[in-house]
Write a protein that binds this ligand. Structure first.
Ligand code: SF4
Ligand code: SF4
Length: 57
């Protein structure tokens, strides 16, 4: 399980990347989370201004 970023709501602001303690978030037109590195801490989801990040199934 790892957190996921919705491409529909991510505005590529970069806040999640600077808040992530493990460097799991990669930038791009839409940001993405590497499930092999994410530790499910939820920090990015709390920091995202658009609510684009949700816990994975
Ligand atoms: S904080 Fe939210 S809107 Fe900003 S880059 Fe991350 S997922 Fe996208
Ligand atoms: S849940 Fe934590 S480790 Fe995973 S991407 Fe978000 S801030 Fe990084």
């Amino acid at each position: 399980m790892a957190y996921k970023i919705s491409a529909d709501t991510c505005v590529a602001c970069g806040t999640c990347q600077s808040e992530c303690p493990t460097g799991a978030i990669k930038e791009g037109d839409v940001y993405s989370i590497d499930p092999a590195i994410c530790i499910d801490c939820g920090t990015c989801a709390d920091a995202c201004p658009t609510g684009a990040i949700t816990p994975g199934e």
